[in-house]
Design a protein around this ligand. Structure first.
Ligand SMILES: [Zn+2]
Length: 297
């Protein structure tokens, strides 16, 4: 629980971060334990330098909630980070236990009231993060785990040294998320990525793919609109007919080809039979079609 003084200080920090000044009752402030330097169940750990890098990278990152990742107002954001060292506690690798704390906030709305209650009540404690680590080395021999894997196996001890993989040189951090915690399980951190930062990369790729899909859908709908206009101009066709229905099922290359055919047809008509007024309208429409069409022609 935050003390009054602490809250005031956090609010000042938050307001430096946001465009608008938030009052205390408008926002819900809470801490998240993002990650630490303890060896995890995959036999990996972050180096202290990696935690420093993550400390910078996580500022401004959005957090999502597993049950409703796309929901409105169901996101939190980190506005400040801090490395907390528990000097009396040692990690399995013998370092002072250090964790990355994030100060997160949510703007209170009717929609997230229950969610806030859950977080406040400690139900949602576990956070998973994804990031990309450019470096992964063996704690025994220092070999690069990806480029030149060695014989040492994580979890086994060699000459008194517990083998594990040290992740460092963090190049990017992505969204963090709250994961549902089964009651009996100890709260902690689930780091979601493999030795090569696959998870982080996959997320980045997924994002790119989603963006591309959206762009493609947009391009298709623009070409479809062009086709409707061109068919109206060249054939006087109404929007809803069998050809339109067929066009609705066409792929982008098919649509582009169809549009080209219609354009040629229209160009011929413009040159030939149309009276001046109509020709102007047709040419003007052709110009609009061009302006609104997809690029790459
Ligand atoms: Zn090794």
């Amino acid at each position: 629980m935050n003390t009054k003084e602490n809250t005031t200080q956090l609010l000042a920090q938050l307001n430096q971060f946001t465009r608008r000044v938030h009052q205390e009752d408008e926002v819900f402030l809470f801490d998240v334990h993002l990650c630490d330097n303890e060896i995890d169940r995959d036999g990996e750990r972050f180096s202290l330098e990696a935690l420093e890098e993550l400390k910078t990278l996580f500022v401004g990152r959005t957090g999502i909630f597993d049950h409703n990742p796309k929901g409105e107002n169901q996101t939190a954001r980190i506005f400040a980070t801090e490395l907390v060292q528990e000097s009396e506690r040692r990690t399995a690798a013998g370092e002072p236990y250090t964790y990355l704390k994030g100060n997160a906030y949510m703007v209170r709305t009717d929609a997230n009231r229950d969610l806030i209650r859950e977080i406040d009540g400690g139900i949602k404690k576990e956070v998973s993060i994804s990031c990309t680590a450019a470096s992964c080395t063996c704690s025994v021999c220092g070999a690069d785990c990806r480029k030149s894997p060695c014989v040492h196996q994580a979890g086994l001890t060699y000459g008194g040294i517990l083998c594990h993989h040290v992740l460092s040189n963090i190049t990017d951090a992505y969204e963090w998320s709250f994961v549902a915690v089964p009651a009996q399980r100890e709260a902690g951190v689930t780091k979601q990525f493999g030795t090569d930062g696959t998870k982080g990369r996959c997320q980045a790729l997924e994002k790119q793919l989603r963006a591309k899909d959206a762009l493609l859908a947009q391009a298709e709908s623009m070409v479809r609109e062009d086709i409707v206009r061109l068919r109206f101009l060249t054939e006087g066709a109404a929007e809803q007919d069998a050809v339109s229905a067929a066009a609705a099922r066409m792929t982008l290359p098919e649509l582009l080809e169809f549009r080209e055919t219609l354009r040629t047809k229209q160009a011929k008509q413009c040159r030939g039979q149309l009276p001046d007024g109509q020709r102007f309208a047709a040419e003007n429409a052709a110009f609009q079609v061009k302006a609104g069409g997809v690029s790459g022609e």
